[in-house]
Design a protein around this ligand. Structure first.
Ligand code: ADP
Ligand code: MG
Length: 590
């Protein structure tokens, strides 16, 4: 057994034995830690990793608690039967609220979460059927076959719920959707360019987190056997956020650590504070705030990264090269016949206000052809790539990919058609391994959804995805760095990594935006070899590059752009002798 597993097992044993030896007060604390950890597990996914800050998580706990309280008291339903209803209510609220507010960006999203959580809070307090501000008393305990769950048994139930919650989050995070979730923060354009529906993904993690919160609410209601609105207000939501940050917002186990530290701290201060500074409810809050600040000053990324350093590293890598070779690959995309027309651009135009970045540009490209796009800085090359990949819609003109109009098609739909690209300013997730970054490119090659990831029904597909990523890394000569964080690679290698990611999509049209910048001579040679091989396979390649030696020896044809306009086109030797081109580059005719 690996040391990591032993540590985990020891922790599990301690947690399971604790309820038997703790006094009643300790048991209560443990229950509250568990209840909070379930909510925070969702927040780690949503906020810590997905980057969506929610100041309203406690209201989903309230939705779960009130749903089960109402059904078990007013309708006489058993708590066990009310559980699916409570979870469903949490999901439904999240669906409705998420559909409306998740479109908001920047600070508006967190602000909106405050708004709806306050509205929900006041709504609950004012509905007579829900007991108004007095709440709902007499919520029954949970009983199974006439046996009432109480004391240590209830704590074990909570522990099981915590474990299950962490497991669902862990399962999602190690899936194709999970990799995409990890890229949501600041990499949405890239995700869409590889076919990820980021709006849907955001909604999925929002609902997932809400269901976990509702689960916590269900457990809470039957533990306390009474609900009112107070524990589900903004204060509680902020505390959950604090727990997320303190535990280490990017680690699921941090959910337990954060919930534990915060709950114990608050309890300790509640008992200490009055003795220290006299009585008064506000002292403990101020002290809690101070301790929080000190904690975050010493460990700004939470406690978890610091704990991880003490733990031995995980044993087996995610995927090994020889294993990858044994795993059967996905079926390839049927490639167009070599020489057939794959891309036709007619009068493509893009205006940003008064600036015409791309002005009436036309050209075409055949399968098995490499077309170079050159031109001075600011000529409009990257903007042209954005038009071709749907990242920004064309103002005018027509772009056809294999006969289909794509000039205003959504990025992820174009990706589906077989178009993949790299970005001039690399868009990798630097704390994710090279392998996982490349696997994002293969997103569309599997169709296993969020739910099957959550239930771990996607494992064989997941293996295939990682194997595919590994093979692409080998293809570009980076297999030896598969498990290194992408951010630790040299810039040139990061560009190559972007190419591997694009290749993982099995494209018929590949767009490379300055792939050779920062590469050493030998790396450039290898890149040229790789691109020539792709050409043999019938892939069409569009490449923006400044290194003229590299371009001239590689491409079949060139398009030259200056100030947004095409000023020349032809085979390299033609273009080289074109007076207009020399003028554009040197400012004067040579
Ligand atoms: P290149 O890739 O050829 O160096 P770009 O396509 O990046 O050039 O830029 C072309 C012109 O369009 C530049 O003047 C740039 O400032 C402008 N531009 C690019 N993107 C935007 C945008 N989103 N909004 C406004 N102007 C833009
Ligand atoms: Mg550019």
């Amino acid at each position: 057994m690996s040391p990591r597993k032993i540590a985990l097992l020891a922790f599990a044993v301690v947690v399971l034995v604790l309820p038997l030896v703790l006094p009643v007060y300790g048991l209560t604390l443990m229950n509250f830690i568990g209840l909070a950890a379930i909510v925070v597990a969702g927040l780690v996914l949503l906020t810590g990793i997905g980057g969506l800050t929610s100041f309203g998580q406690a209201s989903f706990v309230g939705v779960g608690a009130y749903t089960t309280a109402w059904f078990t008291t007013a309708m006489g339903l058993s708590p066990v039967l009310a559980l699916p209803l409570a979870l469903f209510a949490g999901a439904l609220f999240a669906l409705v609220i998420g559909a409306v507010t998740l479109r908001l960006s920047g600070h508006y999203l967190p602000l909106s979460t405050i708004a709806w959580s306050l509205s929900l809070y006041f709504l609950i307090g004012n509905v007579a059927a829900l007991g108004g501000h007095d709440g709902i008393p007499g919520v029954p305990p949970i009983s199974l076959f006439g046996w009432v769950l109480a004391g240590p048994v209830y704590t074990w139930l909570i522990v099981a719920a915590v474990a299950l919650s962490l497991l669902t989050v862990a399962n999602v995070l190690t899936s194709r959707d999970g990799r995409a979730v990890r890229c949501l923060r600041g990499r949405r354009v890239m995700l869409e360019a590889f076919g990820v529906d980021t709006a849907r993904l955001r909604l999925a993690i929002f609902i997932h987190a809400a269901i976990l919160a509702a689960l916590s609410g269900w457990l809470y209601a039957h533990l306390i056997q009474f609900v009112n609105a107070t524990p589900f207000g903004l204060n509680a939501s902020i505390e959950y956020l604090f727990m997320t940050v303190i535990g280490g917002s990017a680690h699921i186990v941090g959910a337990v650590i954060g919930a534990g530290v915060m709950t114990l701290l608050r309890d300790g201060l509640q008992r200490l504070a009055p003795g220290l500074v006299g009585s008064g409810g506000a002292t403990e809050i101020v002290m809690l705030g101070l301790v929080m600040v000190v904690l975050l000053q010493t460990a700004p990324r939470g406690i978890m990264p610091w704990l991880l350093r003490l733990l031995p590293a995980r044993g087996r890598p995610l995927m090994e090269l020889d294993r990858a070779r044994r795993i059967p690959p996905f079926d390839g995309r049927p490639k167009p016949e070599r020489g057939s027309e794959i891309l036709v651009v007619e009068g493509a135009t893009k205006r940003f206000g008064g600036l015409t970045a791309v002005n009436n540009v036309s050209f075409d490209l055949k399968a098995g052809e490499i077309l170079g796009v050159i031109g001075p800085n600011g000529a409009g090359k990257s903007t042209l790539f954005n038009l071709l990949t749907g990242i920004s819609p064309a103002t005018a003109g027509e772009i056809r990919y294999r006969g289909e109009r794509i000039e205003r098609m959504a990025s992820r739909r174009i990706a589906r058609l077989g178009v993949a690209r790299t970005f001039q300013h690399v868009l990798l997730r630097s704390d994710m391994s090279a392998l996982e970054n490349v696997a994002v490119g293969a997103h569309l090659r599997s169709h296993r959804g969020y739910l099957s990831a959550l239930l771990r029904l996607d494992r064989r597909e997941e293996e295939k995805l990682l194997a595919e990523a590994m093979r692409q890394l080998e293809r570009v000569g980076l297999a030896h760095l598969a498990h290194a964080p992408a951010g630790s690679l040299a810039l040139g290698q990061q560009r190559i990594l972007e190419i591997a990611r694009a290749l993982a999509a099995d494209p018929a049209l590949l767009l490379l935006d300055e792939p050779a910048a920062g590469l050493r001579f030998k790396e450039k040679q290898e890149l040229a070899e790789l691109l020539s091989k792709l050409r043999e396979e019938g892939v069409a390649v569009l490449i923006v590059e400044h290194d003229m030696n590299f371009v001239m020896n590689l491409v079949d044809r060139l398009v030259v752009i200056s100030f947004g306009q095409k000023i020349s086109e032809g085979v390299p030797s033609q273009v080289q002798n074109d007076v207009a081109v020399q003028e554009a580059y040197l400012g004067v005719a040579a």
